[in-house]
Ligand binder design. Structure first.
Ligand SMILES: Nc1nc2c(ncn2[C@@H]2O[C@H](COP(=O)(O)OP(=O)(O)OP(=O)(O)O)[C@@H](O)[C@H]2O)c(=O)[nH]1
Length: 437
């Protein structure tokens, strides 16, 4: 199915809506699922195809940097609403019941933008039931709990308590990444899900492309007149937006207190880390395993060569890394914003995206079960921002760069033959230019 296809029912609801929200409670859809299963992909699909629906989005991330907001491209979505992004300014969404998450919910309820519904993406390590009381408190109606599942990997993670919990109270399971799974794996996964969830609906998907009325409640929507824009409205919120704050987490049943911290390094790149203990069992994650996250941020570009030759192999060889995601600025292609994704199934994706619309900066989150290993990768990342000096003492490296550059422009008919006489300096000019002899 194509991403922009909407079901007839949904179209009717959107285009013929005449009665609805009124005094009723705002409907909320909670999206949950293990690390890397496709939750953000689902949100992006809904937002890209929302028509004129006003959908508020809250993102709750295990790590403490604003990566999911970056990946969701909230600036673009917000400008479609003609709204500014407002960051949560205190605490962590799912742990601090009376804190910023509750505040954000309240602001969405009170918003004069009259949002049609709210989508909450929970962290890949969160339990959905933790969110329910807070929604009730602000008078929201939890309409649907969706769990996104990686069809190919379900059998490997199904013994993890957290994964079972995420499937406990679910209304709809999106059996995602069906393009990567065999038919056998898909039907095995469906058997597992039937046993675990009982009557929950299971829908196969690729990149979460499902009709929108499956995942959001369109039934109570009324025709909207656009209210005046205000500065304080928040269609996309992410508690990750404040990486420098310290907070406590309590994501898991019996667990866990974690404190985030931020350290600065000398080269304008920074790292932060936090840790949560949980009790899990299953492939790769044993009882008493502890989840950690570290964040790499840098205003200095990374070397693509080092990234490819050192960092990717290190990530692939790591047993403790479960997930990496973020935006990367590479020295070799400074104009392009790369979106990087790495899942624990060792799938790597680096998409060369649009040009930067703000100051270029890398922001990469690593989540895993072996903190020293994560920190080791972090160190490599930090080192990859230390590019070799252009002029070395013997000029050797610079000569090499000069030779490569000469090769490049010699092949381009628009340039005059470059001069090699003053190596490592290259003298060249555009053909017909009066400025260069
Ligand atoms: N091949 C394939 N890749 C997919 C599919 N759905 C999502 N992905 C990719 O899987 C990676 C992870 O997707 P996300 O949507 O970021 O996963 P997530 O659940 O939000 O991840 P966390 O928030 O870190 O837990 C990205 O590279 C997606 O492009 C799918 O159906 N097929």
């Amino acid at each position: 199915m194509e991403g922009n296809e909407m079901s007839v029912t949904f179209e009717n609801l959107v285009f013929n809506r005449s009665s609805g929200l009124g005094g009723g409670r705002m409907a909320c859809t909670l999206v949950t699922g293990f690390l890397g299963s496709g939750k953000t992909t689902l949100l992006r699909h809904v937002l890209d195809n929302r028509g004129d629906l006003r959908i508020a989005v809250l993102v709750n991330e295990f790590a403490d940097s604003d990566v999911d907001s970056l990946l969701l491209d909230s600036t673009r979505i917000n400008s479609a609403f003609n709204l500014s992004t407002v960051a949560l300014t205190h605490g962590c969404a799912c742990c601090d019941v009376k804190g910023p998450f509750r505040e954000a919910l309240q602001r969405i309820v009170d918003s004069k933008h009259n949002f049609d519904c709210l989508l909450i993406e929970t962290s890949g390590l969160a339990q959905p039931d933790k969110f329910v009381p807070q929604l009730e408190e602000v008078g929201m109606h939890l309409d649907l709990i969706i769990t996104v599942v990686d069809a190919e990997s379900l059998h490997k993670i199904i013994n993890i308590n957290l994964v079972k919990k995420q499937l406990e109270h679910v209304d709809l399971v999106l059996l995602n990444k069906c393009d990567l799974a065999t038919l056998g794996q898909i039907s095995d996964a469906e058997d597992i899900l039937e046993k675990l969830t009982g009557c929950a609906k299971v829908v196969r998907s690729q990149f979460c492309k499902v009709p929108l009325d499956l995942v959001i409640d369109c039934s109570k929507i009324e025709a909207l007149s656009l209210p005046e824009e205000g500065n304080n409205v928040l269609p996309i919120l992410s508690h990750e937006a404040l990486p420098k704050m310290k907070f406590q987490r309590n994501v898991f049943d019996n667990a866990s207190v974690a404190v985030s911290a931020l350290n600065d390094t000398g080269n304008q790149s920074s790292v932060s880390s936090d840790q949560s203990n949980t009790k899990n069992s299953g492939t790769g994650l044993s009882q008493g395993e502890s989840f950690s996250s570290v964040t790499f941020q840098s205003e200095v570009p990374l070397s693509l060569a080092v990234f490819q030759s050192e960092i990717l192999p290190r990530m692939s060889n790591s047993c403790g890394l479960l997930r990496a995601k973020g935006i990367i600025w590479f020295a070799e292609d400074r104009g392009t914003r790369f979106v990087f994704q790495w899942s624990w199934a060792k799938r790597v994706e680096a998409i060369s995206g649009k040009p930067w619309d703000n100051v270029p900066k890398s922001c990469l989150v690593l989540i895993g079960i072996d903190k020293p290993e994560l920190e080791d990768i972090l160190l490599c990342l930090s080192r990859s921002t230390n590019h070799p000096p252009i002029i070395s003492s013997d000029g050797g490296l610079a000569k090499e760069y000069a030779r490569q550059f000469i090769k490049l422009i010699s092949a381009d008919g628009r340039f005059k033959e470059p001069s090699l006489e003053k190596e490592p300096l290259v003298i060249f000019g555009v053909k017909g230019s009066p400025y260069v002899e």
